[in-house]
Design a protein. Structure first.
Length: 534
């Protein structure tokens, strides 16, 4: 006979079993929902898979969703080219170099995708490839996505293939000598941060990108490219790509928010922060830690690596607040001088030849005109002759005496008055010292540039001034400091004719053409040869 106590115990066991079954069904439902969300959202997949490939604790933040959404759009072909600029230690390699290929082959259902992945060092590229392989070989991943398997005979650390013809090859920037192609290329930190000031290293990476990688796409119409890096210099690989192509979507995530109107084509995304200085992720780095970064790093380095701006906001050595702009020209100046920085040769990667016209009025100097172009020696002579003819009141033409400049000076001084050879060492040993010598003119507000809204040619000059020493070029700055330092040594005022016209804005080139038309001032190469006996 079953007692009431036994009956109650049986009922309790039934309830426990039912609850266990309900919990099991709930867990299965949660797992099924998680599985479906992983397939739909790369962002969700990152959070769900994190503990299976990374020992650190996953901490959610909006920047991870932003990166994930852009990477997913690129992997699915919604955008072809993507740049992600983000400070160090924000998980970019784990998100992109580790998780993205595994999501593509499994949850996204594209195991046939062929990946080439790169970093500045082969060990780093291999490290992330191994993490991806370990994730795909684990029980969590295999239980959910078994639509492919890795082939045993090609299952290596830096190269592995699957049975659906997809593969991943990991290499360094200067590696990969074979002819393998890609459907998706990922370049994660193409150069060491410590090499940011090395022109040789910067050029090497750009040549590798433009040469070695330019023909590796299996299908140029559908191939996708991702460049993931912290900014290092204005002429780093990101700077080169952005200046030479308009196909890239650039996701820029500065440590401290800087107000921007940029809206990404990926879902209309924009930075959700609302006030300048708001940090990217307070859980990762507090305000105190960020201030320590600023103290430990030079201003240029913090601005590039953490703010994704290769020059400090507001300018570097020359601050934006130093610059003055004019809207009307004087009819007469105390003196007018020209300053020329001549490039050695005319090649695709050569520096620019820059010639500037400066007018002096009392304590102030005004940039009146500028020529900036890659030129050979004959064209340089023509440019100097032409610009000199535009300004008949010119008192001095300064030409840097270095290689080509010295030979051109000797030719011109026989035909043009006021030709003066300048040795850069006269005003300091290097470019930075020469700029330091001329900084008082900028700080005092005595240097005036034409209004860039009316004279757009001056924008390249402004960029060089504010970005130095991180600018891609510094030829305009060299011509400028040469003029300012020479004037400082000689004294400003030579003669005074105080008439001023404020009626209308006159750019000096327009004013000069009213005196010397292009037909009068410009000479042909044939005439140049005749003039100088060449």
């Amino acid at each position: 006979m079953v007692t009431r106590k036994q009956t109650a115990q049986f009922r309790l066991q039934e309830i426990a079993y039912e609850e266990e079954q309900e919990a099991l069904e709930l867990a299965q439902l949660v797992e099924e929902i998680d599985y479906l969300q992983c397939e739909e959202s790369f962002s969700h997949y990152i959070e769900s898979s994190w503990k299976h490939f990374d020992s650190s604790t996953f901490v959610s933040n909006w920047h991870i969703d932003a990166i994930a959404d852009h990477v997913q759009a690129c992997l699915l072909g919604e955008i072809k080219d993507l740049i992600v600029s983000v400070p160090p230690r924000f998980g970019k390699s784990s998100i992109i170099s580790v998780a993205a290929p595994t999501w593509t082959w499994g949850p996204a259902g594209m195991p046939e995708t062929k990946f080439l992945t790169f970093s500045y060092g082969a060990s780093l590229a291999t490290r992330d490839a191994v993490k991806s392989r370990r994730l795909m070989g684990g029980s969590w991943y295999r239980k959910r996505w078994n639509r492919f398997h890795l082939l045993a005979d090609t299952n290596q650390k830096a190269r592995y293939e699957n049975n659906e013809y997809g593969y991943r090859i990991a290499s360094s920037v200067d590696g990969l000598g074979t002819g393998e192609g890609y459907d998706v290329m990922m370049v994660d930190d193409p150069m060491k941060a410590s090499d940011h000031s090395s022109i040789k290293e910067l050029d090497k990476v750009i040549e590798w990108w433009s040469g070695t990688l330019s023909t590796r796409a299996n299908d140029p119409e559908t191939a996708r490219r991702m460049l993931i890096m912290q900014r290092l210099a204005q002429n780093d690989l990101t700077g080169h790509v952005l200046s030479s192509s308009n196909s890239f979507v650039h996701l820029k995530l500065p440590m401290e928010y800087m107000q921007s109107l940029w809206i990404s084509p990926v879902g209309g995304w924009c930075d959700p922060r609302t006030f300048n200085g708001e940090l990217l992720d307070y859980n990762r780095f507090s305000g105190t830690q960020v201030e320590r970064f600023k103290q430990d790093l030079k201003e240029y380095k913090y601005s590039a690596q953490f703010q994704q701006e290769p020059a400090p906001q507001g300018g570097g050595m020359v601050k934006e607040s130093y610059l003055r702009y004019y809207h009307a020209t004087y009819e007469h100046y105390d003196t007018i001088i020209h300053s020329w920085d001549l490039a050695v040769k005319e090649t695709a990667r050569a520096d620019f030849t820059v010639g500037q016209v400066w007018g002096v009025k009392g304590p102030n100097v005004f940039l009146l005109d500028m020529v900036r172009k890659k030129m050979g020696s004959l064209e340089q002579i023509e440019a100097i002759w032409t610009l000199r003819n535009k300004y008949p009141m010119t008192r001095a033409v300064l030409i840097e005496q270095a290689m080509t400049g010295n030979a051109i000076k000797e030719m011109l001084e026989r035909k043009i008055p006021g030709i003066i050879g300048i040795k850069p060492s006269e005003f300091g040993g290097d470019k930075e010292q020469r700029l330091i010598a001329s900084l008082p003119d900028f700080e005092a507000g005595n240097v005036y540039l034409p209004d860039p809204t009316r004279a757009p040619w001056v924008k390249v000059m402004i960029e060089e001034l504010l970005l130095f020493p991180k600018a891609a070029h510094d030829d305009c700055l060299d011509a400028c400091t040469q003029a300012l330092n020479w004037l400082a040594r000689k004294g400003r005022i030579i003669h005074v004719e105080p008439t001023v016209s404020q009626a209308n804005y006159q750019h000096s080139a327009e004013y000069a053409r009213s005196i010397y038309s292009d037909q009068q001032s410009r000479v042909s190469p044939k005439e140049i040869r005749a003039i100088f006996g060449g």
